[in-house]
Unconditional design. Structure first.
Length: 93
C-alpha cells in the first residue's frame, strides 16, 4: 500500500505526510509499524503519526563508525528520537 500514491513524498509538507500516514494506519488497524529510521523527515512524520495513535514502532537501521563521532547536541537529539521507538532491528556495517 502506498500512503501518498502518485506523489513524491519528499516534496510533500511534513504535516500532510503525518496526517495521511495517521489516517492510513488507523484505517488499516495496524498494531506495529516498521520504519527505516527517524530520517528523512517523512520517516519522522510516519513515526510521530504512529505514536500519536498508540501504534508500536520498530526502527530498522544500521550503525557505522560515523555515528560514534557525532557532536554532543547531535547525540542528545538522536537519543531522544531513538527513544520514541519501542524496539529496533540494527545491523552493524
Amino acid at each position: 500500500m502506498t500512503i501518498c500514491p502518485g506523489e513524491v513524498t519528499e516534496q510533500l509538507p511534513f504535516a500532510q505526510v503525518f496526517l495521511r500516514t495517521r489516517r492510513t494506519l488507523a484505517s488499516l488497524g495496524v498494531t506495529v509499524c516498521f520504519l527505516p529510521s527517524y530520517s528523512p523527515r517523512q520517516s519522522l512524520a510516519a513515526l510521530l503519526a504512529a505514536k500519536s495513535i498508540g501504534i508500536r514502532t520498530v526502527m530498522m537501521n544500521e550503525s557505522h563508525a560515523g555515528t560514534a563521532r557525532a557532536a554532543r547536541l547531535d547525540t542528545w537529539i538522536k537519543r531522544r528520537l531513538v527513544s520514541l521507538f519501542d524496539a529496533a532491528l540494527v545491523a552493524n556495517a
